[in-house]
Write a new protein. Sequence first.
Length: 56
Amino acid sequence: MGGASKNSRTAVTTHKFACPCGGEVIMKTLFESGKLKNVAECTQCKRVERRPKDFK
């Protein structure tokens, strides 16, 4: 009967983001201070930003 709302479904990604260094940007979910926090991290240079668009 009751499913998860469309905004809470974040497991499936359809976009591929690339860092200027040439690495792929992946999304990670961190649990800090009792809160969930989504961050984007480059696999090659380990740069961390709030969202994938910030890598441009």
